[in-house]
Design a protein around this ligand. Sequence first.
Ligand code: ATP
Length: 257
Amino acid sequence: GKPDPILVVDQMTRTFGGITAVQVEHLEVQRGIITALIGPNGAGKTTFFNLITGFDKPSSGRDASWSFDGRKLDRTSASRVAKAGMVRTFQLTKALSRMTVMDNMMLGASGQRGENLAASMIRPLWRSQENQVEEKAVELLGRFKLHEKRNDFAGSLSGGQRKLLEMARALMTDPTMIMLDEPMAGVNPALTQSLLGHVQSLRDEGMTVLFVEHDMHVVRHISDWVVVMAEGKVVAEGDSSTVMSNPAVIDAYLGAH
Ligand code: ATP
């Protein structure tokens, strides 16, 4: 169909010392579809996620600019990005593992990453929330079949349940676009289908999905569009069969294996 970009990124660079992690000239993510971001280890995918969601800042030098849903997002904090409707999942950190599933959900509502927050800091935050927020958490935990686990420590969940929780907590802010960081990593094959089904349902409900994934079966199975990154740059994009048969992609991608 006609292009309808929800996210537009221009001239985004991030260097760490001498390493250029991200060097994106132009990238668009189209509304309402599932886009996969693939590329070898160290290609800059995670750094790119951090940059567009306000958890990291581009290096100065060139004028990076990006907009989401028609709103300029450069120089905006992570919580404002979440309010604008774009959230990302985070792999469960140590601190989050020591919190209950429900505390993780309530933290999700704040749009914060929470890696430096202890449970004792979450509780007051939770008390200050409206009942509505708690209701939403309960509803999402039901949807992702985690309701019975609500009082368990997140660290006690299986790999697949953790991924479900990561998704559920990101949905607490009612995003229009969700960014999933390796949603299938460490997931038992029995739960893979169910997770894929959840991702497709989000898309079918009108949400835009951008995900980073190393498992090419997963990428082929659910992506409407694939963007390939290597050495911080977008090197190819297209529908999955076109991209996967592109010799430059095979080179860049298989180079890492
Ligand atoms: P993977 O698929 O392994 O997760 P990736 O595509 O997500 O890799 P990044 O994690 O974004 O890649 O890393 C891109 C480059 O930036 C790598 O060379 C990495 O070592 C470097 N890098 C990322 N974060 C930092 C940091 N905080 N300090 C220094 N270098 C970093």
